[in-house]
Design a protein around this ligand. Structure first.
Ligand code: SAM
Length: 215
């Protein structure tokens, strides 16, 4: 990842050259070749946090499910492979990442993937699951606003699983969500009241997997 502020992986049009390369990866236990490029998150390998998340969570349910901040798609593609009855929304603000996800879904013959910018997801979509390796580096304000936007779209009883590095504030993010969405908080989202229970599902290799379940 570049430290140049003009070319963070979360810009819409990264400034770095769009040199495509193929990367051998294992997704849902099978070997595949995917396409990646510079200017997106972790183009050279599946990120360790992403691997921890994918090892921890059970197969996704049927229905609309979301990978919030999809990058080239390791999480989206895994969800889509694990449950072909699920409609998997891979959402990102980086257009290059979305293009790669579309191409990778096609390479893998997956017809249940929807690559979209956040505003392109129809307002009436409600989510049976959210999996995310969220963009901590965007800063708390943007991150919190992303969570306020997407978590309340979970169906009752549905869960979000977020993987966050311990050194990048996983525990304080968990505490923030528990305060914000706990029963006492009466959080009013844009789509109505939202209450959730928040807990740590797993801890491995310096990462936490946080579970947020809509009450
Ligand atoms: C830590 S990366 C994870 C990428 C991919 N899921 C993976 O596991 O390799 C976070 C992603 O969130 C995206 N992102 C940043 N701001 C966003 C926003 N407001 N809405 C959706 N995605 C965003 C970034 O562009 C980046 O691709």
């Amino acid at each position: 990842m570049s430290d140049d502020s003009t070319d963070h992986y979360f810009t819409a049009q990264p400034a770095s050259p769009d040199e495509r390369r193929t990367l051998p990866v294992v997704l849902d236990g099978q070997p595949y070749e995917v396409e990646t490029a510079g200017g997106i998150f972790s183009p050279g390998r599946i990120d360790l946090g992403t691997s921890v998340l994918l090892r921890t969570v059970a197969d996704p349910p049927t229905g609309d499910v979301l990978d919030l901040g999809c990058g080239w798609g390791p999480i989206t593609l895994t969800m889509a492979l694990q449950n072909r009855q699920a409609t998997v929304w891979g959402v990102d603000v980086n257009d290059r990442a979305l293009d790669l996800l579309r191409r990778n879904a096609e390479r893998l013959g997956l017809t249940n993937v929807r690559a979209a910018r956040p505003e392109e997801v129809p307002d009436d979509v409600r989510l049976a699951a959210i999996w995310s390796n969220p963009p901590i580096r965007v800063g708390k304000e943007v991150l919190h606003s992303m969570l306020d936007t997407w978590l309340p779209r979970l169906l009752p009883g549905a869960s979000a699983h977020l993987v966050v590095q311990r050194n990048l504030g996983a525990d304080s993010l968990q505490e923030w969500m528990a305060r914000r969405y706990g029963a006492d908080a009466a959080f009013e989202s844009a789509v109505g009241p939202f209450t959730a229970s928040v807990s740590r599902l797993a801890s491995a290799k310096g990462f936490r997997v946080i579970e947020v379940t809509r009450v």
